[in-house]
Design a protein around this ligand. Structure first.
Ligand code: C2E
Ligand code: CA
Ligand code: CA
Ligand code: CA
Length: 278
């Protein structure tokens, strides 16, 4: 939309001064606790009823002057200037601490939390060891963590990804391919990588009920996922018409504003406390 404010938009990338400002502000954001997490529930349709099956952690930045800055604005910039690794590390530690609290409070009613992992964290030497250390320090069972890795990140270094994913899988950490279908990559990688879930990108979901090309693509993704025994979740589901089409092709896991928007920690706490009752 025309009136949306972008404080650190890609168009500003040329502007060295703005880049510098963002870099400095982000450094402060990490140091001064300006970042916080929201969690968006994922649901599954089981016998006509909806059940929450997990949540995705999404980072937010409360800037002291500019207010809430969207990750769509600062994550790409942070990826470019290398600060993303610090952000990801902060997010991972935060999620595991939170999960530790939830697990002690709600035990089996605690649902898995997905974390977005950028290339610079995923490709770091010692990433797997760091995960193992965090899991044991926070006493969180590995199955409560799922990592969302985009095709782009996964394909950056094939052998490293394969090795890393195998180790994570052995530990019991869940693995999802994020933004599936947007990576322009040879799909053969799906045979090799031990992933559990494909997240169909919002681009294929938007108005899918009214677009036969998208329908053909979504059908193909679902049938491929099924033949590889992978779970599928559609992201960005906003309307009942989209959901109905997805259900008609046997995609029964969804994430999107139709069900839940990203929520504050305290509301997720209530969701877990309610168990099956929500
Ligand atoms: P993503 O991983 O694809 O996350 C989904 C984005 O879609 C989120 O935007 C979410 O709020 C939004 N969304 C959810 N349901 C709907 C819907 O029904 N309609 C529409 N239009 N949007 C929906 P958000 O939180 O602004 O995050 C944007 C991107 O920033 C994420 O895309 C992810 O790539 C990145 N990101 C967010 N948090 C983190 C993080 O902690 N670490 C890293 N590395 N990246 C993150
Ligand atoms: Ca994601
Ligand atoms: Ca996504
Ligand atoms: Ca996306």
């Amino acid at each position: 939309g025309g009136s949306r404010h972008c404080f650190y938009s890609p168009a500003m990338k040329e502007d060295a001064q703005l880049k510098l400002m963002l870099r400095r502000d982000l450094q402060k954001a990490i140091e001064q606790d300006q970042l916080f997490l929201m969690f968006q529930p994922k649901v599954q349709c089981v016998g006509g009823a909806l059940k929450v099956v997990g949540v995705e952690a999404l980072v937010r930045w409360q800037h002291p002057q500019k207010g809430l800055v969207s990750p769509a604005e600062f994550i790409p910039a942070a990826e470019e200037n290398g600060q993303i690794a610090d952000i990801d590390r902060w997010v991972m530690a935060q999620v595991l601490n939170q999960l530790g609290q939830w697990y002690r409070r709600h035990e089996e009613a605690t649902l898995p939390v997905s974390v977005n992992v950028s290339a610079s964290l995923f490709s770091l030497d010692g990433f797997v060891e760091g995960m193992a250390e965090l899991l044991s320090r926070t006493a969180v069972p590995a199955w409560l963590i799922e990592l969302e890795v985009t095709e782009h990140v996964a394909m950056e270094n094939y052998r490293h990804t394969l090795e890393t994913m195998k180790k994570l899988k052995e530990m019991g950490v869940g693995l999802a391919i994020d933004d599936f279908g947007t990576g322009h990559s040879n799909l053969a990688y799906l045979r090799d990588f031990p992933v559990d879930v494909l997240k169909i990108d919002i681009a294929f979901v938007k108005d899918v009920h009214a677009d036969s090309k998208k329908q053909a693509l979504v059908r193909a993704m679902i049938s491929m996922a099924r033949s590889l025994s992978l779970k599928v979740i559609a992201e960005g589901v906003e309307t009942e018409a989209e959901r109905a089409f997805l259900e008609s092709v046997e995609c029964t896991r969804y994430q999107g504003y139709l069900f839940y928007r990203p929520m504050l920690t305290k509301d997720i706490d209530k969701l877990f406390a309610a168990g099956e009752e929500y």
